[in-house]
Design a protein around this ligand. Structure first.
Ligand code: FES
Ligand code: MG
Length: 571
């Protein structure tokens, strides 16, 4: 084996090595600094990230595994993002968490890292960090929570909040019953149990090859998760010996497999932004169109909320990701490697479907063509996305007059106004919700329907927005419109009453205003006033440097990798 990276700190008998070793000893034996791999455990446990709170327990199992394999485990608290708590949106700090983790891994004497994440942005941020520092790395996804039930009916995290709150607004569910369901929804440790962003990104980390195959999707309270964490700790020591880095695992082939998996599981649209961002750190050529080209004809096989019926606990019981991928094995790239050094496809031979209601066989999919459709048109010159499996089939081709909202505040002020000039055929447009405009590109694109239409029984309408949508949400929603309104996108120019046409089969989203007239318009005062204008701090840095959704909404100066080299000694 070549010399460990950490030997640059601990090797030799000079003054600097003395300092690095002496302050680290604190009970560690002498041989902790002579050839034992130093394994960081980048841990996003936090009381304010409730979905990740149990990761301290997972970290203990990782530690045991690292020790057992002869390494030195070193916990590195990582910046943590709780999706339900952070305002204005957790996404505003995904890049900050990635940057902070990357820098701390580079600056410290570590040889490899185990990444512990769960809640939506945490696994993407950790993958971005690992890609840019390119030290041997492996992910342990924290896993979903167990299914909670209310009055005998399972509740899906997120999805059923949207559903029940719309029922309250429609007058078909009492406030009291709505409040009573609250304590039933979150039954255990773990992240959201629907096929939201956390579930999606945990499974996609495995499809990318960054998780020991078969581990992603293990429910957080399941003792097998701790066994897997122990095994992953051991593997991290091997990764260092083998010098197996993210850049050898995260190839174009592995992104291809992740896109196939995203479609087959019916995963979150947020995965598009996150996968593009991770690829951007590696210099892997991945574009928005790859999602449509590779994924849009892949069948949805997993019958989970929000597209279907079941929850993550059911998926695990039914065979998990390997059983899903076995059904689409012919669509996978067999060359893509995993952290174990073996190709992903080798792990599919023994996979079996134990419940064909939850994981459908290829011959009887939930939706024939799943995945993400990428739309373009004069409303979204650089692209927008829609998840057809979460949309109403009859709305996939639709023309209707726009009802435009200039900001989230404008929406809240007017959406339930009985005098709002809107019908079920209208197209709701919300702007100012992109990376720069909000800032942070929040999950607001599935805007609530007007109360008066809900009362008439309307449950879906075409919506168009430059923001994102929760992976737990559903509806005929055109999102990630690029460029966003605040970055000069034509979405800023649409007026109430303009006819908007959506044609998913033709991959088009247009406003029926001729080019000359559109070019002659400028955004209204109300539109521009809705954009964020931070004067200092992270928000300022973010707004000045964030890129658009079509390339992953990373900061321009964070693209690419700097490797693990440090420029200078500290003394
Ligand atoms: Fe954390 Fe849904 S809020 S995963
Ligand atoms: Mg979310």
């Amino acid at each position: 084996m070549t010399e460990l990276r950490s030997a640059q700190w601990y090797g030799g008998d000079g003054r600097d090595a003395y300092i690095h070793r002496a302050w680290m000893r604190r009970g560690l034996p002498d041989d902790a600094f002579t050839g034992r791999p130093q394994i960081a455990i980048a841990n996003t446990a936090s009381d304010l990230t409730p979905c990740n709170r149990h990761l301290d327990e997972v970290a203990r199992s990782v530690r045991d595994g690292v020790h057992q394999a002869g390494g030195v485990p070193l916990e590195l608290p990582a910046l943590s993002l709780g999706e339900t708590q952070l305002r204005p949106t957790a996404m505003l700090w995904r890049n900050l968490a990635a940057m902070a983790t990357e820098e701390m891994l580079r600056g410290n004497p570590v040889d490899g890292v185990v990444l512990l994440g769960g809640c939506d942005k945490t696994i993407p941020a950790l993958l971005m960090a690992a890609a840019s520092v390119d030290l041997p790395a492996v992910v342990v996804p924290g896993g979903p929570m167990l299914t909670g039930t209310f009055r005998g009916t399972p509740l899906g995290c997120g999805t059923d909040v949207w559903r029940l709150s719309e029922e309250v607004r429609a007058g078909t569910l009492s406030r009291d019953d709505f409040t009573r369901s609250e304590s039933a929804m979150i039954r255990s440790k773990g992240h959201c149990n629907t096929m939201g962003t956390a579930s999606t990104m945990g499974l996609l980390a495995e499809a990318l090859g960054m998780v020991v195959p078969g581990v992603a999707g293990t429910p957080a309270p399941d003792s097998r998760l701790l066994a897997a964490a122990h095994g992953t700790g051991r593997l991290a020591v091997e990764l260092v010996a083998a010098d197996r880095r993210p850049s050898t695992v995260l190839t174009r082939a592995s992104f291809h497999n992740a896109i196939v998996a995203l479609a087959a599981i019916g995963g979150s649209t947020n995965a598009v932004v996150h996968l593009l961002a991770v690829a951007g750190r590696l210099g892997v050529e991945l574009t928005l169109d790859d999602f449509d080209r590779i994924g849009s004809r892949v069948p949805v096989l997993v019958d989970l909320l929000p597209a279907g019926r079941f929850l993550m606990d059911d998926l695990h019981r039914a065979g998990g990701l390997p059983a899903v991928l076995r059904e689409v094995r012919d669509l996978l790239d067999p060359t893509a490697l995993t952290v174990t050094g073996r190709p992903l496809v080798e792990y599919l031979d023994d996979a079996e479907i134990w419940d064909a209601e939850v994981i459908r066989p290829r011959s009887a999919p939930l939706v024939e063509e799943g995945g993400i459709a990428v739309l373009r048109g004069n409303l979204a010159p650089r692209g927008a996305v829609i998840k057809p499996a979460a949309a109403s089939p009859e709305l996939l081709r639709h023309r209707g007059p726009a009802v435009v909202f200039d900001s989230i505040e404008d929406l809240h002020a007017r959406i339930d106004d009985p005098d709002l000039d809107v019908t079920a055929g209208s197209v709701l447009v919300l702007r100012g919700c992109g990376p720069k405009g909000y800032p942070g590109m929040p999950e607001v694109s599935n805007l609530p329907l007007p109360a008066k239409l809900l009362a008439q029984g309307v449950r879906d309408m075409v919506r168009v927005c430059d923001g994102r949508m929760s992976g737990t949400a559903y509806g005929t929603v055109v999102l990630h419109v690029t460029p966003e309104a605040a970055d000069g996108g034509p979405l800023a120019l649409v007026r109430t009453g303009d006819v908007v046409s959506l044609d998913v089969a033709a991959r088009r989203i247009d406003v029926e205003v001729d080019d000359a007239e559109l070019a002659a318009r400028s955004p209204s005062r109300a539109t521009v006033d809705g954009y964020a204008r931070p004067v200092r701090g992270w928000e300022r840095l973010y707004v000045d440097h964030v890129l658009q959704a079509d390339t992953g909404a990373d900061l321009d100066f964070l693209l690419g990798s700097s490797g693990s080299e440090v420029s200078r000694e500290s003394h």
